[in-house]
Design a protein around this ligand. Structure first.
Ligand SMILES: [Zn+2]
Length: 108
């Protein structure tokens, strides 16, 4: 755990920022059916996220670090990429090598 980073970022409201930061960084979305979609647009709308996938799905989700989507992303339970989204291989391999920590600030 990188304590210094989490201390520096304490001014951020994690519960509202984390899911957005996570998805905004990796640009992937796990659907309920276990399919991994590519994210075209993600916007913060109050305490919710507006997500548009490359295959045209559009939805609002609550931005919670404990949401199903956040858990699925962190645990990488979605292993089947959406064929319509045409997620590039580099993005999938980047995702599979991503380390999820308590501090969700972008370090790319
Ligand atoms: Zn898709």
């Amino acid at each position: 755990m990188d304590k210094s980073v989490s201390d520096q970022t304490k001014r951020y409201v994690y519960k509202n920022q984390r899911m957005f930061a996570l998805v905004d960084r990796i640009k992937l979305w796990p659907s309920r059916s276990g399919v991994l979609h590519g994210v075209k647009v993600i916007e913060q709308r109050g305490n919710r996220l507006h997500v548009v996938t490359h295959c045209g799905e559009e939805f609002l989700v609550y931005d919670s670090k404990n949401s199903r989507s956040a858990r699925w992303l962190r645990n990488r339970w979605c292993t089947c990429p959406c064929p319509a989204c045409k997620i590039p291989a580099w993005k999938l391999s980047k995702y599979s090598s991503t380390v999820f920590t308590d501090s969700a600030r972008s370090r790319t």
